[in-house]
Design a protein around this ligand. Structure first.
Ligand code: NDP
Length: 313
């Protein structure tokens, strides 16, 4: 083993990265974890987490990741701040550049997550956590018997609208085109659900409300002679216009799917580059839950451990 190479580098400080760090440090892999530009990941943008097992009273997103971080540090994981700007996976040991530092590692676990897309309205920032959310599964429960809107016309938007319709009294689905992009079965379910109203050809101009969201200003048929602007009264505004996996820095080396997610070996965490593993939302276009990310982090650490052992590293 070369003196200056660490055994395991973990990139990303969300549930996947911290869980990988807990397992890796307990396995004497002496991991170093870089938290990236959003320490804690997407969980830090949600308020109460009520579906993570072991927390019957619920736990805030930031507290949950802080606890995971503490648990990783307890077993010796070294947590550092810094975003990865470059990698060279053609080299052995693998090379990862963070700021001015080049870290050499025999194994790398990528857990950089995915970033929910937002419309880019200033009001989204203003009301973040005060009515604006990009995760119905995380925050939907707080809108029981209230009125919410979901933006998007794909499967995610339909799924979120259907989920919210079981909690909220009314759901508006704001779709920018005159049709839904979602699969037929999802479209049918949405269109049949009595308390969902689909607003076709509509875009959101702004949100309003004293301290929390109380409504949205909508434009329909923008730029046509039928254009009209109207307000809807809502308590919650959910974005479901897709996620962008944070894989740009790895794209020259790793096999990505057509949406940019890292492709893994079947039922494992291995990427196409030996010694490089991935976990969490960055490699999961479908489930994208804290608990599934944590489970993938566990698998990645176990797979990395096996790789190091097999290669005497
Ligand atoms: P998609 O890319 O399929 O859909 C995104 C939706 O958001 C589209 O309707 C798009 O509109 C809309 N949109 C994008 N940008 C904006 C914007 N700026 N303003 C307004 N609307 C916007 O993403 P999803 O997250 O829905 O799905 C991702 C993948 O995951 C898909 O392959 C999907 O099939 C899959 N999936 C499957 C599920 C299932 O099978 N149950 C559940 C969830 C996801 P437009 O159509 O005009 O481009």
């Amino acid at each position: 083993m070369q003196d200056n190479a660490i055994r395991t580098l973990i990139i990303g400080g969300g549930p996947a990265g911290y869980t990988a760090a807990i397992y890796a440090s307990r396995a004497n892999m002496n991991p170093i974890l870089y938290e990236g530009i959003q320490p804690g990941g997407q969980l830090t943008t949600t308020t109460e987490v009520e579906n993570f097992p072991g927390h019957p009273e619920g736990v805030t997103g930031p507290q949950l990741v802080e606890d995971m971080k503490k648990q990783a540090e307890k077993f010796g994981a070294e947590i550092r701040q810094g975003a990865v700007t470059k990698v060279d996976f053609s080299k052995r040991p693998l090379e990862v550049t963070v700021g001015k530092d080049v870290v050499k590692a025999h194994s790398v676990i990528i857990a950089t997550g995915a970033t929910a897309r937002y419309l880019g309205l200033p009001d989204e920032q203003k009301y973040m956590g005060m009515g604006v959310s990009a995760c119905a599964t995380c925050d939907g429960f707080f809108y029981r018997k209230k009125i919410v809107a979901v933006v998007g016309g794909g499967d995610s938007a339909c799924e979120e609208a259907l989920y919210l319709s079981t909690l909220a009294s009314k759901v508006f689905l704001i779709v920018r085109k005159p049709y839904l992009r979602a699969s037929k079965v999802m479209q049918d379910r949405v269109l049949k659900r009595e308390n969902i109203t689909v607003l076709f050809s509509c875009e959101t101009l702004s949100l309003f409300g004293e301290e929390v969201v109380e409504g949205a200003k909508i434009v329909q048929d923008r730029g046509t002679d039928r254009e009209q602007i109207f307000d809807i009264a809502i308590d919650g505004f959910f974005l479901a216009i897709g996620h962008t996996p944070n894989t740009a820095v790895f794209k020259d080396y790793l096999t990505l799917d057509d949406q940019g997610y890292i492709v893994l070996s079947s039922n494992g965490s291995a990427t196409n580059v030996p010694g490089v593993f991935a976990a969490g939302d960055v490699a999961d276009p479908h489930y994208q839950q804290a608990i599934t990310a944590a489970a993938m982090g566990c698998k990645a650490a176990l797979d990395a451990e096996a790789y190091l052992l097999q290669n005497n590293l």
